[in-house]
Design a protein around this ligand. Structure first.
Ligand code: NDP
Length: 240
């Protein structure tokens, strides 16, 4: 039977690449998104991947959303990719408390929400793959991103703890920490700042969505059963 994969924020950017790569590998894939209905419907028509709208920062919405996914795909989730994320950048001395709260809720609480809803069925099945998308800026910190860096670093601690809790149940829990990848999220960065960032990347460019999707495929594989609790840095050779 085909394994079921659910990708949050799976209709645009990195998530859209992950959803497609998983589909191409033969998984049954569902892609979650939030408000971008038009992009999601277009994506679904082009790829045949069913799309489901809910806010991953809302625990009850995650419960209902996962229920719908399981109904539609005819089973419980085997592979969960927690990819949805946002930025609300500003220097801390100017940061609005709402910019802190929404980034923590969307990027970190969401990972708790989705894992809390899905892990009981993985434990029952004695199989699961959880892949949490962190960031280079969670590993090293970034000016103007205290909220984002805190959430993405929080994901790394969460991943290690849940990996240890779940290891005896056939469930692996890992993080991927992408470097800068060309998507809508990074399109808003000014060109002069992009040039400075690229100067610090040994490979000499931003990464691609496919390069992150490939790392996710490795961690999702049934044969990657001895890899758990790691952070896989996919960042063009940056070391800190
Ligand atoms: P995009 O902005 O291109 O896409 C974000 C996706 O997340 C969209 O599908 C969006 O849905 C969804 N989303 C946002 N908020 C919510 C929510 N509350 N509930 C459900 N879905 C939501 O981002 P990227 O593809 O660039 O980033 C994907 C992940 O990778 C993020 O976690 C990001 O932090 C991380 N990352 C990105 C890097 C980069 O350089 N791009 C570098 C390192 C990490 P909708 O279309 O409805 O808005």
């Amino acid at each position: 039977m085909k394994k079921i994969a659910l990708v949050t924020g799976g209709t645009r950017g990195i998530g859209s690449g992950i959803s497609k790569a998983l589909r191409d590998k033969g998984y049954l894939v569902a892609a979650n998104y939030h408000k971008g209905h038009e992009a999601a419907e277009k994506y679904s028509t082009e790829t045949g991947i069913p799309v489901f709208s809910w806010d991953v920062s809302d625990y009850e919405a995650c419960e209902k959303g996962v229920e719908k996914v399981c109904e539609k795909l005819g089973g419980t989730v085997d592979i969960l990719v927690n990819n949805a994320g946002i930025t609300r950048d500003s220097m801390l001395h100017k940061m609005d408390p709402s910019a802190w709260s929404i980034v923590i809720a969307t990027n970190l609480n969401s990972v708790f929400n989705m894992c809390r809803v899905i892990i009981p069925s993985m434990r029952d099945k004695k199989f699961g793959r959880i892949i949490n998308i962190s960031s280079v800026n969670g590993v090293k910190g970034q000016v103007g991103q205290a909220n984002y860096s805190a959430a993405k670093a929080g994901i790394l601690g969460f991943t290690k703890a849940l990996a240890q809790e779940s290891a005896s149940k056939g469930i692996t829990v890992n993080a991927v920490a992408p470097g800068y990848i060309s998507t809508d999220m990074t399109d808003v960065i000014r060109d002069d700042i992009k040039e400075k960032i690229i100067a610090g990347i040994p490979v000499g460019r931003f990464g691609t969505v496919d390069e992150i999707a490939n790392a996710v495929l490795f961690l999702a594989d049934e044969k990657s059963s001895f890899v758990t609790g790691i952070t896989l840095n996919v960042n063009g050779g940056q070391y800190f």
